[in-house]
Ligand binder design. Sequence first.
Ligand SMILES: Nc1ncnc2c1ncn2[C@@H]1O[C@H](COP(=O)(O)OP(=O)(O)OP(=O)(O)O)[C@@H](O)[C@H]1O
Ligand SMILES: [Mg+2]
Length: 638
Amino acid sequence: MSNQAETLEFQAEARQLLQLVVHSIYSNKDVFLRELISNASDALDKLRLATMVDKDLVADTDDLHVAIEVDRDARTLTVRDNGIGMTRDEVVGLIGTIAKSGTAELLRQLRESADARASQDLIGQFGVGFYAAFMVADRVTLLTRKAGETGGTRWESAGEGTYSVEGVDEAPQGTSVTLHLKPADTEDNLHDYTAEWTIREIVKRYSDFIAWPIRMTVERPGADGAEATSEVQTLNSMKALWARPRDEVDAAEYNEFYKHVSHDWADPLEVVHMRGEGTFEYEALLFLPSHAPLDMFAPQGRRGVQLYVKRVFIMDDCEALVPTYLRFVKGVVDAHDLSLNISREILQQDRQIQIVRRRLVKKVLTTVKDLKANHPERYRTFWTEFGTVVKEGLIDDTDNRDTLLEILSVASTNDPAELTDLAGYVSRMKDGQSDIWYATGDSRATIENSPHLEAFRAKGHEVLLLTDPVDEVWVERVGEYDGRRLRSIAKGEVDLDTDEEKQQAETEREQQRQEFAALVEWLGATLADSVREVRLSSRLTTSPACVVGDAHDLTPTLEKMYRAMGHEVPSTKRILEINPGHPLVAGLRKAHEQGDSSETLTETAELLYGLAVLAEGGELADPARFTRTLADRLARTL
Ligand SMILES: Nc1ncnc2c1ncn2[C@@H]1O[C@H](COP(=O)(O)OP(=O)(O)OP(=O)(O)O)[C@@H](O)[C@H]1O
Ligand SMILES: [Mg+2]
């Protein structure tokens, strides 16, 4: 090997990539340090492996580490490792060319895509790696010696078309990369990378969990004129808990780590620690918090899962890894085979990431299922805090719908305090009951006092009481559980009588139908602006009237929700059901028969309708008119 200096040209693709790195793609220049540290860490891993495989390899592995050195006067920053190093040929091959397949094609696309954002996405498909150094330096020198060899190699380039390589007789084991820094330019996001605190922060942010110590010598001014001192500090914590086997991590360590990633003050409710092997390796350490964050329902609320690639921090709030309905899950996913530079957009489409996401979701849900079966107290905490959000999953995560329905708990008329699950409801269903009944409303109290519930109460049929806005949506979407229809007590015709009871009641019904036919017809015409039909009810026992929808109608709550979201929704007229057994209805029939003044009669009809709307917790179109009429009417009774 000759020690002669040579000037070589970068391979064409490498030159183009360099151009891109330096001039366009990255607004966040700080990541250059992450790239260099990641390379150094790889080099240390490789050396350790090499000495294990090859017992004859002469290399010093006593103190493997990364060192960051700064020369403020010369404005240089050096990242040094005592890892595997490179031979001259490797330097030329690895640094001077881009070996990755498909790069040429990618670069062609990049050149052709005029818009900057598309370029960002494309570039996310491979790492810019070592070349990131040229974002912050106008000259880079690399000195390296391959473990087991005596001579080293010096490489230098200004990142323009060429580089020089020469052999050197002596070089320390491993690689050092020295950046001759560009002047700081904060407007261009170029910080002063000789400043201790800048370096410290970048290392903490991106490289904290790197498995090797990252050291730096720091200067401290002496107190009261004493001499300045310097000491070597390790900047990273190295504690990548997720990479350790589960049985070697204790609860206190998990808790501490949780607080670190979540900024929560309380301990987590549950730890989910998993690893995937095979074609796509990853580790995941996720946590179910013990309380909901304040921004859980904020439109821009963040998700809590961070993405790492081989212990290098890539991004916060990685939406590609968890669906919105698990946005409260906190933790870390470390995927081994991704590019450090991968963009959010690419991640969303990455097949491997989609597989990981599916596994994470399954695992989180089975964890909750397990809590429900074995730790009811903790499950209850979980459901109280996050149930509302988890229910969003029932709307569009059809893959996991069954599991979601298993972990679901809702209030029910069965018990005033305890929630029930659907299996519990089914086990208590009456003989001959084929549907699962539910009622929706703003609060448990409103629903319980709603006239719709009367017949169910009279017959002793259990009804699920759903009070979250999202409930309206998922019950519609899900439609059935365990082969039984989920049916609203406020929609369609309700007939809870058995066939026998029906037969008995039939004559009475028929008679009522005839007696009330004229009133029903008149009411229908009189209230035509408010309801689309009037009919006799079989769901009322004590209330005079109620309003119901057709099986496929939007409920008033849903209508309100859609409007709040800015959708145009025509308002649906509903059906007024009247109770022939109620004195008010019976009296109204008599008055109508006798041909009472139509004005008073119309007022009574409007009052009857208003009462039905109020009873279900609804809103009147004209409350002032309603109260005025009612007050007049009351005054006349005194
Ligand atoms: N400190 C180092 N010690 C030994 N080899 C190095 C070092 N830095 C870079 N290399 C070699 O140069 C190659 C190119 O580095 P670069 O960072 O550009 O890409 P990468 O690390 O392979 O991939 P990426 O950084 O995109 O994940 C590395 O694969 C490695 O073989
Ligand atoms: Mg790299």
